[in-house]
Every structure is written in C-alpha cells, then in structure tokens.
Write a protein that binds this ligand. Structure first.
Ligand SMILES: [Zn+2]
Ligand SMILES: [Zn+2]
Length: 264
C-alpha cells in the first residue's frame, strides 16, 4: 500500500494472537533495509513478546545474511537487523493504564481489554495536539474501553457479527467440518458485535466509529448494511467499515472526516 516502512520507529502489539503479528517479518525487513537501521526495531507488547521477536529473528536470520552480502553494511547494517522486545505491563483492576510514550505533544496510553482467555490483551489511545484516536484491540464489550475512549475523535473498534458467524458454524457442521464448526462457535465469546461497538462509541461520545477486524470478512459492500444493522439506532455519529488502504486523518482545524484511500 506504499506505506514508508523504512520510517517505522516502533511497533505496539495489542496481544499475541497470530493474526496480530504475522506480518512482523516483512515489516522487520522493510524497516531494517528501507530505513538503514543501526539498531533492531523495538516491538512492545504484552509479556511473552520476547518469544515472538526471537522467533522472527531466528526465522529471518538466513535471509538477513543474503541481504548483508548483497547490499552491504551501509544499507543492510548487521547491527540494525532484527526485532528488540519491550514488555508492556498494565496494572490490572479499575483505572489500570500505562503510558507508553509521552514525547512533545504525543501521548500513547495502553489499557486492558477483555479477550479471555488471551491475557493480557491491550487497547491503545493516541493523543496528539488535542486530537485523539482509540484502538480497541480484540475485546468483548468493555467498560474499561469506554472510559479510555471518552471524548476521542475516532474509535477504531473490532467487531464480529454473531448471527453471521453462527450461520458459518452451522454450515461447517452440516458439511462435516466439525473442528471448523467448533472454532466458529468458540470465537463468538471473545469479540464484540457491531451493535456493541456502536454502543461503546455512543457511551464514550466519540466523534466517529470505524469498525475494523471484521469477522467474518465481507466479500462485498452489499453486506455492509446487514453487518451494521442496528448500529444507527444506538450511535448517533458516523460509522465506517474499515477497508484495506483507508487513511483516517484528524486535521488540526477539527472534525473527523471520512476515509481517504491510499493513492494508487
Ligand atoms: Zn485476538
Ligand atoms: Zn484478532
């Protein structure tokens, strides 16, 4: 999508489910070579993050020797190869949060969400010059998230559509795919529904709701109205279904306009 991965300075992982880190290897290479890094790329995440980073470092080690041999140390500096873990600890209990970055006008805060049995799982709030965006990570409906999303300009909230996934579970069962049927049934209990995401946005008073981490994936925009059914009744602000390549900006002048697409 044309993002300048070479300018990546740091990465935050909300939790350690594979769908949230499986792109790390290529990002690591892009940041290393594209940015001519002289130190490993920091990756902050819940306890256990070091196991993930050392696994990627090992998996890409052979590839890194080819790149060093081919591009030379100015571009592929051996000292800049790899990922460096940092553990994010967020105190449990009400009010628990952790400031991850407080630099100039930029403030990034982590908080706990409920994605049991994934423990801990985090959401993030980013504040910059009076504008703010909150990322739910993966969670069920969460009062903690609502508290942290209070007054945010944009809430990016995950959602799973229970009826659609229940139908997939039944279809898999009928087709004799028992393990798949069980997976579809199991995941119902650790995600929020689109209506719950909308209820959270309303309670928190956020300026816009962007639903991401869409389950199941929607192959056509024709399904958006069905997926979003009921959200307009509980949330008075604008709602978007996130798509690859969308960029949401928060102009200093105010407002939370709809998405633009990455050029090209
Ligand atoms: Zn997850
Ligand atoms: Zn996920």
């Amino acid at each position: 999508m044309g993002f300048p991965t070479g300018r990546t300075e740091k990465l935050y992982l909300s939790h350690l489910h594979s769908d949230h880190f499986d792109g790390l290897g290529e990002l690591m290479v892009g940041a290393w070579v594209g940015g001519s890094r002289t130190s490993p790329l920091p990756v902050a995440g819940p306890p256990g993050v070091a196991e993930i980073t050392s696994g990627f470092n090992a998996a890409y080690r052979i590839d890194s020797t080819y790149r060093m041999a081919h591009h030379g140390p100015t571009v592929a500096n051996p000292a800049g190869y790899g990922l460096a873990p940092e553990v994010i600890e967020v105190p449990a209990g009400p009010g628990g949060r952790a400031v991850l970055l407080d630099e100039g006008d930029l403030l990034i805060t982590a908080f706990r969400v409920d994605h049991a049995p994934v423990e801990p799982a985090y959401g993030f709030r980013v504040d910059y010059k009076g504008r703010s965006a909150v990322f739910s990570g993966d969670t069920v409906y969460s009062e903690k998230l609502i508290e942290m999303a209070r007054g945010a300009d944009i809430l990016f909230h995950e959602a799973l559509h229970p009826e659609m996934v229940a139908a997939m579970s039944a279809a898999a069962s009928e087709a004799g795919a028992a393990p798949l049927s069980k997976v579809f049934a199991d995941i119902l209990d650790y995600h929020a529904s689109p209506v719950e995401a909308a209820r959270s946005a309303q309670s928190a008073g956020t300026g816009r709701l962007v639903i991401y981490h869409i389950v199941p994936p929607l192959p056509s925009k024709l399904l958006y109205p069905y997926f979003l059914k009921g959200t307009g009744e509980v949330y008075s602000g604008p709602v978007n279904v996130a798509e690859d390549g969308q960029i949401y900006s928060l102009p200093a002048s105010g407002g939370a306009p709809g998405p633009k697409l990455v050029p090209g």
